[in-house]
Design a protein around this ligand. Structure first.
Ligand SMILES: *Cc1c(COP(=O)(O)O)cnc(C)c1O
Length: 395
């Protein structure tokens, strides 16, 4: 007899429930801002990826409204058939100029960008060497390819070199890393990774989802931070859904990359183009970050302040150096309990446990934004002090 859908759903859900992994997302009752309403309560929001406060920014909303009015609600088709609007092309030129790359292409999300680019680029006989902490969308993207896949120790150029030596090939070699790692908030040692990659004729592929709008001058990204933005052997991908406030993904680099992706990236070929309002918001985001340098300055001031104060209280922030600030609680139930206690104190910060992070390193991941005021951060720090003492994480 076959399995019924009810049996499958019940079995899967009770498995998740028993292991304490069943997710019930909290619901925002107002726009994603530094202070927002969540499940009916006013909270300081430390859970978003809204680094520059662009998700509800007036300049972005104004251009989104303008594009909506002029270009409609939808693009009407996939890009390669009849969905490429003038504004899509203009935004991609703007993005390539901003990132100082030979070309740039926009896809639907950071997730589908990894699937599209890795799937389009790699073939049988190629070699991919990937950091062990790379994002799920990279792992899924690599599953779509027939290339040989190897995993190097996190942020370890020596281990990368060992694997490149052991698995030499005449095919394309690709070193894949996040620019800023999403769970630990550390920055990939790109200077050394690119040097090793070059020594072995490999291309470096950087997923800069958490580095775009955060690292480098005006948020040009981690590749820019390390000075590799003009290099033809470095591919930058990333998201337009985090710091840039909208939704989408991009691939930027070699002048011919865009043309290949237009022809081969399956999400690009088979999924409808981005909505005009989103394109408007994103183009305003790139203008705004360059027009208003205080955005980046506030993001980093807040980051430094919040991190130093947490450490002063005695919390372990796992050596992170970016606005992503993990606070380690040990086992998952402690992190979930801490998140609940923080919420009671008006602070929204989400607990993460295995399998999202390793066992014993369950944490709350905080993301500081440009929009937080000193009052917001002090409120959160006061709550952290109380909760940390209550759970005996600090004394
Ligand atoms: C968030 C994230 C993505 C996915 O981006 P979306 O635009 O949200 O799909 C991809 N890669 C990394 C490293 C990320 O952190």
């Amino acid at each position: 007899m076959s399995t019924s859908l009810s049996d499958r759903l019940t079995a899967e859900l009770s498995g998740l429930r028993e292991s304490g992994l069943l997710i019930h997302p909290r619901v925002l009752d107002s726009a994603s801002r530094a202070r927002t309403r969540v499940d009916g309560r006013e909270v300081v929001n430390l859970a978003s990826n809204n680094y520059l406060g662009f998700a509800d920014h007036p300049a972005l909303k104004a251009r989104a409204a303008e594009y909506l009015e002029r270009w409609g609600v939808g693009a009407g088709a996939v890009r390669t058939i009849a969905g490429t609007l003038r504004i899509h092309e203009e935004f991609e030129s703007q993005l390539a100029a901003f990132k100082h790359t030979g070309s740039a292409l926009v896809l639907h999300s950071g997730f589908t960008t990894n699937q599209g680019v890795l799937g389009a680029l790699l073939r049988d006989g190629d070699l991919v060497v990937s950091d062990e902490l790379n994002h799920a969308s990279i792992i899924d993207g690599l599953r779509l390819t027939k290339a040989t896949k190897k995993v190097y120790k996190h942020a370890d150029p020596d281990d990368l070199e060992r694997l490149l030596k052991e698995h030499d090939t005449d095919g394309l070699k690709l070193v894949v890393t996040d620019g800023v790692f999403s769970m630990d908030g550390d920055v990939a040692p790109l200077d050394r990774l690119v040097e090793v990659a070059r020594r072995h004729g490999a291309v470096t592929y950087v997923d800069d989802a958490h580095g775009s709008g955060v690292m480098g001058e005006s948020g040009r990204g981690t590749v820019h931070h390390f000075g590799f933005e003009y290099a033809d052997d470095v591919i930058q991908v990333g998201t337009l859904s985090k710091a840039w406030g909208g939704v989408g993904g991009y691939a930027a680099g070699h002048g011919d990359l865009r043309q290949l992706l237009i022809n081969r990236a399956r999400p690009y070929l088979f999924s409808t183009a981005q909505a005009p309002a989103t394109v408007g918001a994103l183009s305003a985001a790139l203008d705004e970050v360059q027009r208003d340098p205080t955005l980046m300055a506030r993001l980093w001031d807040n980051t430094r302040y919040f991190k130093a104060e947490l450490q002063g209280l005695g919390f372990d922030i796992f050596g992170s150096t970016t606005p992503i600030t993990p606070v380690i609680f040990g086992e998952a139930p402690a992190a979930f309990e801490a998140s609940r206690l923080l919420f009671e104190r008006g602070v929204f910060a989400v607990g993460l446990g295995f399998p999202t992070v390793p066992r014993g390193l369950a944490r709350i991941r905080n993301i500081v934004t440009a929009e937080h005021t000193r009052d917001d951060l002090d409120h959160a720090l006061q709550a952290y002090a109380e909760v940390g003492r209550k759970l005996s994480i600090i004394s």
